[in-house]
Design a protein around this ligand. Sequence first.
Ligand code: IPE
Ligand code: IPE
Ligand code: MG
Length: 249
Amino acid sequence: MPTLLKKEILDQGDIPTHIAIIMDGNGRWAKARNLPRVAGHGEGINSVREIVRACGEIGVSYLTLYTFSSENWQRPRTEVSAIMKLLLGTIKKEIKNLHKNGVKLSSIGNLEELPKDSREGILNGIEMTRNNNGLNLILALSYGGRQELLMAIRRIADKIQSGEMEKDQISEEKLVNELYTTNVPDPDLLIRTGGEHRLSNFLLWQSAYSELYLSDIFWPDFRENELITAILDYQARQRRFGKTGEQIS
Ligand code: IPE
Ligand code: IPE
Ligand code: MG
């Protein structure tokens, strides 16, 4: 289906407020071409650029990209440092254009674990774009859902210990207040590329009622048309949140 026609269809349906993507398959994309794994990460950046632009145009409010997981530190040191370099280089190269397009950059995860230059690059980008009100682009960096939940639990325990909060006051809302994603609505649509059927420690709390879209396409090949296909698929679903279909329609 041509892109333009798809966009017209999209305009008639419900656009997900928040799309979260597990960008997987860079290494296998490269391997299939006899290229080193980092070449896949490099090409993946072109998908990031295109998907960010498309989300802005379609009117998505939040886009969270799983860029580097807490577990990815276990990869070979050479791959980790190549990814960190790519990250910094990309931010430096793209931030002006993102800013011009009104994108507001933020991050979730433990930025402290990133190399200093990469961390500073991200923080500069966040600072530069903080007053923008276009697409909220959230990079999950050194992010793990379990680690995030532990952090939240520790913060609540601290508040109880200091007398700032009573045990009986612990609620879903109070827990959400301590997550990286406070003030961000839960993902409506969670996409995983690269053919695997798992969450890999991504947004464990937040994805409780996300619609899942699993694509076999490797991330470097996942472009605007694939995104639109995913949104069209999402639009054809009925989100019941535990109720019956009759209650919803
Ligand atoms: C996702 O692609 C990128 C990161 C995890 C940083 P992979 O590097 O996991 O690619 P595959 O899964 O090995 O193909
Ligand atoms: C998930 O992909 C992390 C990112 C996409 C950043 P992985 O490739 O690390 O996931 P597993 O290890 O196959 O579950
Ligand atoms: Mg992978």
